[in-house]
Design a protein around this ligand. Structure first.
Ligand SMILES: [Zn+2]
Length: 605
């Protein structure tokens, strides 16, 4: 049983295995990285089972992708350029310069980044790190920077990097983090019937995350920099896979870094953990520009995930297919939308062209055609499909109760669901059983039946994140809500938030109804920034703006440096902060700030 047909996929073509192994120098033995307290933060050896034949609990195409992505070690990309792969979700690339080595993308955790650098040095000598490049502002490309820095060196990043790096988790961070547990299968056992990767890589490391601000911004396409004697030509690609991202060419080595804009899967236009929808059209346009600017000077293209592509013609073919992939999904979704199809219908109707079906790297291991088509629909038309019957539907519990009643009660619905499942219509079986569970979450038999359907959906899925969602849903139906693993809270990430972002973060946590009758103003006078931010709470909403000195006094004025702001907001106290006015205002404000529920239910009401 597969959701995604295995069809006539070219399993005989071993090119990817040859490329993933090419230039192998040495592996980390064992492939495990621990923190200073002994806690395991990365265990690639846990995926050794992928060397076995694909069992019937996994889609053969995803199994293949997991086997490739779990290939671990130090690899030569070309003369002077190396990659460490399989030591985190992402790759670390090392470019040798005149006096040391440039690190591209220092992984998620300081521990895995240090292990990757040590593996490189064990084989290439104890070269100092002379520069760092962040390809883009996602945490798997900067979080481990402290693992590679010995002292101050130039750090290059695309324009808008800091804003993008810290803002993604400010507003919807709690919900995204909870949903990311599902997306990466954090709670699942690694094994043939469990987590076998997420398509983009295996999983995320769980060490300490940091952020050191860039010292050099790349602000325009065509910008050329020389780092440690190495010439680099940049192409900015804002609004593709990340709001701040860039590709770049090493012209003297004829090597092209494609960041995360062209990896060996169909990427996400919207990630299942939730995100602002990305622009497939712009993504495709920048891939075309990369071909136009760089392909003639490229013998090898590598990226921040997966393995490189060698040979000028193969690079052009690879990038062209990736370009066509995003453009096709974008254009065809719009065409179908304009014939009246909604997102669900368009996702069902859209068929990929044969060449994109036959190439492995265009397959939906991380993104999927199905959810990317819905993302394009969402970007242009939003959640409403125009049908008034779907304009004002009951929420899930109210709807489920009514459906189950109409269908003759839980037992009757469960029997129907079993029949659909037996006929292979797992999608509708899941829909029916979800209604039974939402109508009565204490019905353990229904929960077990639904979990069994989710298992089968997972085993048939070519997409790693779909598989992880189904399996995590099954796990929580059987065992209850999973506690998030302890994250190493990064004071550096919080410290990098702007005053506006911090005030926004508080505004989002105001319990509106509880604060309806509260009226107060607080002036934050920053001695180091030379500005006053006034926050006003009224009508259950906290707004803020910069005000001139000497206007109407606020209820309370705090005179402080920006670094002290966080401790006030966390309710730690007002040590060494000069105050003027009614100190009771702080307690009144903190009293209406809600602590978010990081373990909210998903597969139960
Ligand atoms: Zn990444």
């Amino acid at each position: 049983m597969t959701i995604d047909p295995v069809g006539d996929l070219p399993f005989h073509d071993r090119t990817d295995f040859a490329d993933a192994a090419r230039g192998f120098i040495g592996a980390l033995e064992p492939g495990v990285v621990t923190a200073s307290d002994g806690r395991v933060v990365w265990d690639n050896d846990a995926y050794a089972f992928l060397a076995d034949e694909c069992p019937d609990t996994a889609h053969p195409s995803l199994w293949r992708q997991g086997r490739l992505a779990s290939t671990q070690g130090l690899f030569e990309v070309c003369d002077g350029i190396y990659q460490v792969r399989g030591l985190d979700l992402s790759n670390m690339t090392l470019v040798e310069g005149d006096t040391g080595v440039i690190v591209i993308d220092p992984l998620i955790s300081a521990e895995t980044a240090a292990a990757a650098l040590a593996l490189y040095r064990a084989h290439r000598g104890d070269r100092p790190v002379t520069a760092v490049i962040y390809t883009h502002a996602h945490v798997d490309h900067f979080g481990g920077v402290h693992g590679v820095l010995d002292g101050p060196v130039p750090i290059l990043a695309p324009d808008g990097f800091m804003e993008s790096a810290v803002s993604e988790n400010v507003y919807a961070g709690v919900a995204m983090t909870r949903r990311a547990m599902y997306m990466y299968g954090v709670a699942l056992e690694k094994g043939p019937a469990g987590q076998i990767g997420c398509g983009l890589g295996m999983t995320t490391s769980t060490g300490s995350v940091g952020l050191v601000a860039p010292t050099v911004d790349v602000v325009r396409t065509g910008q050329e920099e020389v780092l440690d004697g190495v010439r680099i030509v940049f192409q900015l690609t804002p609004g593709t896979e990340c709001p701040a991202e860039m590709n770049f060419l090493f012209p003297d080595r004829r090597a092209l870094c494609m960041a995360e804009n062209a990896t060996r899967n169909l990427h996400n236009l919207v990630t299942l953990r939730g995100a602002v929808v990305r622009d497939a059209r712009v993504w495709s346009v920048y891939l075309d520009e990369a071909i136009r600017r760089f392909a003639a000077d490229t013998d090898v293209a590598f990226a921040s995930h997966h393995w490189p592509t060698w040979g000028g013609d193969r690079v052009v073919e690879y990038l062209s297919l990736q370009r066509d992939l995003y453009a096709y999904i974008h254009d065809q979704t719009l065409r179908l939308m304009n014939t009246g199809l909604n997102g669900t219908e368009a996702a069902e109707a859209l068929a990929m062209p044969p060449a994109l079906d036959q190439a492995w790297h265009t397959h939906g291991y991380y993104g999927s055609v199905s959810h990317n088509v819905k993302a394009v629909y969402q970007r242009y038309l939003g959640w409403f499909d125009g049908n008034p019957a779907r304009l004002w539907q009951h929420p899930p519990v109210e709807s489920a109760t009514r459906y189950v009643e109409c269908m003759g009660g839980a037992d009757a619905v469960r029997a129907k669901a079993a029949s659909y499942a037996a006929d292979g219509d797992l999608r509708f079986a899941a829909e029916l059983l979800d209604r039974v569970v939402f109508a009565d979450p204490s019905d353990t038999a229904a929960k077990e039946q639904l979990a069994g359907v989710y298992d089968r959906l997972a085993y048939g899925s070519e997409n790693g994140t779909w598989r992880n969602f189904f399996l995590t849903g099954a796990h929580e139906l059987r065992h209850g809500i999973v506690e998030a693993p302890p994250t190493v809270g990064s004071a550096e990430l919080l410290g990098a938030l702007t005053v506006e972002q911090l005030l926004d973060a508080i505004a989002i946590r105001i319990d509106g109804p509880r604060a309806w009758d509260e009226v107060l103003t607080v002036d934050w006078r920053f001695t180091d920034l030379g500005v006053v931010h006034r926050a006003t709470l009224r009508n259950g909403v906290l707004t803020h703006r910069i005000v001139e000195e000497g206007g109407d006094p606020a209820d309370l004025t705090l005179v402080l440096e920006k670094a002290q702001m966080l401790s006030v907001l966390l309710g730690v106290g007002l040590d060494q902060i000069q105050t003027d006015g009614d100190l009771g205002v702080i307690a009144r404000l903190l009293a209406v700030i809600e602590t978010p529920d990081t373990r909210f239910p998903i597969v139960t009401p």
